[in-house]
Design a protein around this ligand. Structure first.
Ligand code: CMC
Length: 383
């Protein structure tokens, strides 16, 4: 079928796939995964249960959950050659660039890398999801001049294992819960830019490592996942600026800078994840003695929400506004925040990759040509 071409800058309003994974209702401010409301999952489920849900379109029973956790645990250790390679990366590299490179490189050590069968893809979804926390924890230690640690074995959540491998200490249960809950909320979000990237790569019949690597690159940008880091940096900048919040806000409004963590292509009301994370960030900040930084974020939100510019444009905090704060107050370094996003979104990416592969058609949109026509070649010495 050849449809009449529609020009939509930024692909706004374009539906590119049918999906059973998640649904965003931007008017009502509702997000569901396979029919379950995100608030219900965040209150009751674990990240591993949500991973099973997205990969299988149903929640696991107890035996399936135990099996999934065992399977993930068994895949967490990194190939020694990958670790050796990571030790050569410049320590100043951005953690998202490290993750992008290491995930791509980890495919070199997976015998299933080039096998695009449904079963191989299921295996690779597990392997990539299991390796990311280990890659990130290893990088935190390598750049600090410490030896990476092997994952804990047994009935250990990915969030707990990540925190243990990063610090070498038994993690504080508050931090484990914060990371686990964050990971549930961020696991999938319909056709966001990185998910679209992963599906576009898959649509060429390329492999899962290529699709996830490309998705990490897409997530890194500050208009998408990079906003979590940018928002946290903004709160710290305000704290250190010596300006009142109103003064800082007016200064930003006078320029072209955006308030990071605010605004969304789909939500024209409050992002339901931001609602959950605001309360959670406040509780965590108070518990960890970081109430002042929460207050900056909260007060800035109030100022922005009563500013006519933001009101007219329906600009509300999105998921990245309070989530960086929730993770920062339990000890995640600011420059690692976007990698936490990738550590959870990998489940959504791999679920979408498998969904795309199961009912594929090459993604090949068009461009509206607006350049010159009818030019003739001029020899170089005449230019
Ligand atoms: N601060 C100030 N103005 C804003 C902001 C903001 N954060 N967001 C949008 N606007 C304005 C924008 O200037 C434009 O105004 P005008 O109509 O006068 O030109 C209007 O609102 C619409 O903006 P847009 O860029 O056309 O809207 P979009 O749907 O393409 O943008 C967005 C969505 C998320 C890129 C944008 O809101 C933004 O840049 N926000 C800051 C970055 C951010 O928080 N990104 C995370 C997105 S959600 C989670 C995720 O994907 O990771």
């Amino acid at each position: 079928m050849t449809a009449t071409p529609i020009f939509s800058k930024g692909l706004e309003g374009i539906i590119v796939a049918e999906s059973r994974l998640s649904k965003v209702d931007g008017q009502a401010g509702r997000l569901t995964y396979c029919g379950y409301d995100i608030a219900d999952l965040a209150a009751h489920a674990s990240f591993e249960e949500v991973a099973h849900l997205l990969w299988n379109l149903r929640l696991p029973n107890a035996a399936e959950l135990a099996e999934l956790k065992k399977n993930l645990n068994a895949r967490m250790a990194l190939p020694p050659d990958l670790l050796a390679q990571m030790k050569l990366y410049p320590r100043t590299a951005h953690p998202m660039a490290v993750l992008r490179t290491a995930v791509s490189a980890s495919g070199l050590y997976d015998p299933l890398a080039e096998d695009n069968s449904p079963e191989a893809n299921r295996q690779k979804a597990l392997t990539i999801t299991a390796r990311i926390p280990t890659i990130l924890a290893a990088w935190m230690r390598i750049r600090a001049g410490q030896e990476p640690l092997a994952p804990l074995t047994g009935d250990v959540k990915l969030a707990e294992n990540f925190l243990y491998m990063a610090t070498g200490q038994t993690p504080d249960p508050t931090a484990v819960e914060a990371v686990d809950r964050y990971m549930i909320l961020l696991a999938d979000h319909e056709m966001n830019a990185s998910t679209f990237t992963s599906r576009a790569v898959t649509s060429t019949n390329s492999d899962m490592y290529s699709a996830v690597t490309a998705a990490i690159g897409s997530l890194k940008g500050p208009l998408h996942g990079g906003a979590i880091e940018a928002a946290m940096k903004m709160f710290l900048e305000i704290q250190d600026s010596g300006l009142t919040l109103q003064e800082w806000f007016q200064q930003v409004r006078a320029g072209s800078r955006r308030i990071m963590g605010i605004g969304h292509r789909i939500y024209k009301t409050e992002d339901p994840r931001a609602r959950i994370l605001r309360d959670y960030a406040r509780t965590l900040a108070e518990k960890t003695g970081h109430g002042h930084i929460y207050q900056i974020a909260y007060d800035l939100e109030q100022i922005a929400r009563s500013d006519p510019y933001f009101v007219e444009r329906n600009l509300y905090p999105n998921v990245d506004y309070y989530s960086g704060l929730a993770l920062y107050v339990v000890g995640i370094p600011v420059d690692m925040l976007t990698t936490m996003f990738a550590m959870s979104r990998v489940v959504g990416w791999t679920a979408h990759i498998m969904e795309q592969a199961a009912d594929n058609r090459l993604m090949r949109p068009k461009a509206q040509y607006v350049g010159e026509m009818g030019l003739t070649y001029t020899p170089i010495e005449q230019r």
